[in-house]
Design a protein around this ligand. Structure first.
Ligand SMILES: Nc1ncnc2c1ncn2[C@@H]1O[C@H](COP(=O)(O)OP(=O)(O)OP(=O)(O)O)[C@@H](O)[C@H]1O
Ligand SMILES: [Mg+2]
Length: 167
């Protein structure tokens, strides 16, 4: 976290209030929670990292923040609105790269724009603009010049860049 971020007078961007999650009804009935009583706030532009042993709930926290899972108890707001479903403004780089081997590097980066609205509807018209943006992102991780290659040894970098493909 950035140490001197002024937070007290600004609305948090991510706001967890007493959030608990059991992954299903059976676990809920057993009071078996994957995460318990998370309350935290993250400011706009603030960078945080969550570190902990396997199974402590890092991925669960991300699923809750991005609306892929709804809390069993507590409330989550992002940018002032309650999270009620998957958030389009979020991107996730998975532990496994999750790339499509039959697509080139740049076409893997562009995949979210081909699938997610509102980008999907104007993808053909804006393809050049999106490609330029994707190229710059690839350059930023040392993959400049590899746009049209099929995936080689840089899959983790390509997968990370895909998170930022959506403008
Ligand atoms: N789909 C699921 N159904 C039931 N329990 C789950 C599910 N996914 C995760 N859990 C449980 O939730 C808890 C938190 O798991 P989570 O995957 O969030 O941990 P993590 O910190 O991301 O671990 P890792 O470092 O291994 O990725 C663990 O006890 C795990 O067994
Ligand atoms: Mg995890």
């Amino acid at each position: 976290m950035m140490p001197d971020t002024p937070r007290q007078n600004t609305r948090p961007f991510v706001d967890f209030q007493n959030v608990w999650l059991a992954y299903n009804d059976e676990l809920l009935a057993q009071n078996n929670f994957a995460v318990e009583d998370i309350s935290l706030q993250v400011g706009l532009g603030e960078f945080i990292a969550i570190v902990g042993p396997s199974g402590c709930g890092k991925s669960t926290f991300m699923k809750l923040t991005t609306g892929l899972k709804m809390p069993s108890k507590g409330t989550i707001h992002v940018d002032g609105s309650p999270v009620t479903g998957p958030l389009k403004i979020s991107g996730m780089a998975f532990q496994a790269p999750s790339l499509l081997p039959w697509r080139t590097t740049i076409d893997n980066v562009l995949l979210p724009l081909e699938i997610v609205e509102p980008y999907r509807s104007n993808f053909k018209a804006k393809r050049k603009e999106y490609e330029e943006r994707a190229s710059k992102l690839l350059q930023s991780v040392g993959l400049g010049g590899y746009e049209k290659n099929f995936l080689g040894s840089s899959q983790a970098a390509c997968s990370s860049v895909r998170v930022f493909a959506v403008p």
